[in-house]
Design a binder for this molecule. Structure first.
Ligand code: BG6
Length: 541
C-alpha cells in the first residue's frame, strides 16, 4: 500500500482501509506518480462536494501519490489557509468516510489557492511560476493536470490561456500536461465540435479527459465484467433471447438552486446525452479485442453510430416524451413545481423528465427496443438497467392463468447502478406446497454484502485514472460528437434550434407537447404509453 502520510500514521490508516477489492476494476493502469493538480473553479460546488472530498478519500486510502499538490484556481481573493478551512468544512460534510483530523491536517499542507481571473494572462504567468516552484519543492517531474470545473463559458478562455502561457506543454523530461474537462461538453453538436477544436489545439486527444462521472461508478464498470467475464451471458445477449432493455435514472431531488444551468440544459442534455447514453453503449457494445482505451471506446462509438436517428418532429413525437414537474409531494413533503423554483422563468419550457424508445440498427440488436427514462422529482432515487429476456414458450408452466392476461413472466437481469449497488436475476420458481404454482423469485448479489466495503466514489476512480494516464473511462472526441448528433434532432423538434437558447423563443408550431407531471409521480402518463404501445411496461422499483 502506498502512503501519502507520515510512516508513523500507517497503523491508523491500515486499520480503517484494508485493501479494497473494489478498487482493482478494469484498468491496467500503472501506479500514478505525484503530480500537480490545478482545479479551475475552486470555489464552486463541484470542488466542494466532489473533487476535494474525493482527493481526501484517495489520500486516506493511501492511493493519492505522496507529494502531490492541489492548487485551487478561482477569482475570489483568499489566502491558502482560508481555502484550506473551507475545503475542510466541505470535506467533513461530503466525504464518504469520516474525516480524521490528523490525516486532514497532513493532506491540507499540500492544498494551495491561486487567485486570478480566468481570462487574464498575468494569472497564468503567475501560475506557471508557482507550479515551477512547487515542482522543485515536491519533486513533481513536470507532471501537471488541469481540471476544468468552472462554468462551461470559461472553458475556452482557460484552455486558450493555458496554451498561450505554454502550460499545455509537457515541460520537463518525463513530465506531462493533461486537461480534464467537466460536463457539459458543449450544448449541441456544433458547440461540442468547436470545443473539441479548442481543446485539441492545446492538448492532444491522448492528453484530453472528458469526464462522465457515471463511467466511474463501480456498477457501470461492472457491466463489462458481468458481460465478458461470465460465459453464460454473452451467448444470449442479443435479439434472439432479449425482448427489450430498460434504462432508468430517477431522482427525488428537484433542480436544487441550479436553475441558471438547468434552464439552458434540461434533462435531455443534463443526463441523456452523456450518462444514459454511456450506459447504453456499455450494455450494447460488442466485446472489445482488449481492454485498451481505444478498443473499448471504439466499440462504444460503433453503438452510437448504429442508433436509429429520429427523422423529424413526428418521429420524435412518436418515440420521445418530455415532461416538467408540477407541485406535488415527495415522501409526504409538499414540494413546489419546477416553474416556481428560484431563477426558473415562469413560462419555462425546460424538460425535467424524458422517456424514449431507442432502436439500434445492427445485427445484434435489430428489433430490440431500449426504453430510456430519466427524471427529477420522481418517487425514488435510483439508476437501473433491466434486461428483459424473452418469455419461455406458453407450454407446461407458462400457460395463461384463467381470467388473467398474463402469460408467465420474463426473466429479468437488473443491474443496479445505485443505490444498493448489485445485480439481480428474476426467475420462475415453484411455490412450496402440493399445488403446482409458479411464482417469480429473485437471485440477488449486493456489492456491500459480498465485498464488505462501500464502493469508492466515481470521482476517486476517475481522478486516479487521469493521473495514471488511463483514458478508458473518459469520453473520446467522437463519442461525444456522436451522442450530440443523436440528441440534436430531439432538441430541434422541441425547440426549433439545438443550442439551448431557444427556450425563451417559444416553440415550433408542430413541437411535441411538454407534459406536466406531479412531483412524486413516475412522470407523465404519456411516458407509460411508450412501452405499452409495444405491449410492455416500465419496471417499478
Ligand atoms: C449530474 C447532473 O451530471 O448528475 C445532475 O448534472 C444529476 O442533474 C447528477 O443530479 C446525478 O448524479 P449522481 O451521481 O448524483 O446520481
Amino acid at each position: 500500500m502506498r502512503l501519502a502520510f507520515p510512516v508513523e500514521m500507517a497503523p491508523l490508516l491500515l486499520m480503517q482501509t484494508a485493501s479494497n477489492p473494489l478498487r482493482e476494476g478494469l484498468s491496467n493502469r500503472p501506479q500514478p506518480k505525484p503530480c500537480a493538480l490545478v482545479i479551475f473553479g475552486a470555489t464552486g460546488d463541484l470542488t466542494h462536494r466532489k473533487l476535494v472530498p474525493a482527493l481526501y478519500n484517495l489520500a486516506a486510502d493511501g492511493d493519492l501519490p505522496p507529494g502531490s499538490v492541489i492548487i485551487g484556481f478561482a477569482r475570489r481573493d483568499k489566502p491558502d489557509d482560508v481555502f484550506r478551512k473551507e475545503m475542510e468544512e466541505a470535506t467533513k460534510k461530503f466525504s464518504r468516510q469520516p474525516v480524521q483530523q490528523e490525516l486532514w491536517d497532513h493532506f491540507a499542507q499540500n492544498l494551495f489557492y491561486h487567485r486570478s481571473e480566468f481570462d487574464k494572462d498575468e494569472g497564468y504567468t503567475a501560475l506557471a511560476e508557482r507550479l515551477d516552484q512547487l515542482d522543485k519543492e515536491h519533486n513533481l517531474g513536470g507532471r501537471r493536470m488541469f481540471y476544468l470545473a468552472a462554468g462551461p463559458e470559461q472553458f475556452e478562455p482557460i484552455i486558450s490561456r493555458l496554451k498561450k502561457s505554454g502550460l499545455n506543454n509537457p515541460g520537463a523530461e518525463g513530465g506531462w500536461a493533461r486537461a480534464v474537462v467537466e460536463k457539459p461538453f458543449g450544448t449541441d453538436l456544433a458547440s461540442a465540435r468547436h470545443l473539441n477544436e479548442v481543446v485539441n489545439d492545446a492538448f492532444p486527444e491522448t492528453s484530453t479527459y472528458r469526464i462522465d462521472h457515471f463511467l466511474g461508478k463501480e456498477t457501470a464498470q461492472n457491466i463489462m465484467v458481468l458481460r465478458f467475464a461470465n460465459a453464460i451471458f454473452e451467448p444470449i445477449w442479443n435479439s434472439r433471447y432479449i425482448d427489450h432493455i430498460e434504462i432508468t435514472a430517477a431522482e427525488t431531488l428537484g433542480v436544487e438552486g441550479r436553475a441558471g444551468y438547468y434552464e439552458t440544459s434540461g434533462a435531455l442534455r443534463d443526463m441523456v446525452q452523456n450518462h444514459l447514453i454511456q450506459l447504453l453503449t456499455l450494455v450494447c457494445m460488442e466485446p472489445p479485442t482488449d481492454l485498451g482505451a481505444d478498443s473499448v471506446r471504439g466499440e462504444k462509438v460503433k453503438v452510437l453510430r448504429s442508433l436509429r436517428p429520429f427523422k423529424n418532429a413526428d418521429d420524435v413525437k412518436q418515440h420521445v416524451v418530455r415532461g416538467q414537474y408540477a407541485a406535488g409531494a415527495i415522501n409526504g413533503q409538499a414540494v413546489p413545481g419546477y416553474r416556481e423554483e428560484q431563477n426558473v422563468k415562469p413560462g419555462s419550457m425546460t424538460e425535467t423528465f424524458v422517456a424514449m424508445r431507442v432502436l439500434i440498427d445492427n445485427w445484434r440488436w435489430s428489433g430490440v427496443p431500449i426504453y430510456v427514462r430519466v427524471g427529477k422529482r420522481l418517487p425514488k432515487n435510483g439508476a437501473e438497467i433491466s434486461i428483459f429476456f424473452k418469455q419461455a414458450p406458453s407450454v407446461l408452466f407458462n400457460q395463461q392463468a384463467p381470467g388473467s392476461d398474463e402469460v408467465g413472466a420474463n426473466n429479468v437481469l437488473v443491474i443496479r447502478i445505485q443505490p444498493d449497488e448489485g445485480v439481480s436475476l428474476r426467475m420462475q420458481s415453484k411455490l412450496p406446497g402440493a399445488a403446482l404454482r409458479v411464482e417469480p423469485v429473485k437471485m440477488d448479489f449486493q456489492y456491500g454484502a459480498s465485498f464488505g466495503k462501500a464502493s469508492p466514489e466515481a470521482y476517486e476512480r476517475l481522478l486516479l485514472d487521469a493521473m495514471s494516464g488511463d483514458p478508458t473511462l473518459f469520453a473520446r472526441r467522437d463519442e461525444v460528437e456522436e451522442a450530440w448528433q443523436f440528441v440534436d434532432t430531439i432538441e430541434q423538434a422541441w425547440h426549433g434550434t439545438t443550442d439551448g437558447t431557444a427556450t425563451a423563443n417559444g416553440k415550433p408550431a408542430d413541437a411535441p407537447t411538454l407534459y406536466g407531471y406531479a412531483a412524486g409521480s413516475w412522470g407523465p402518463a404519456e411516458a407509460d404509453d411508450l412501452p405499452e404501445q409495444d405491449g410492455r411496461k416500465w419496471r417499478r422499483f
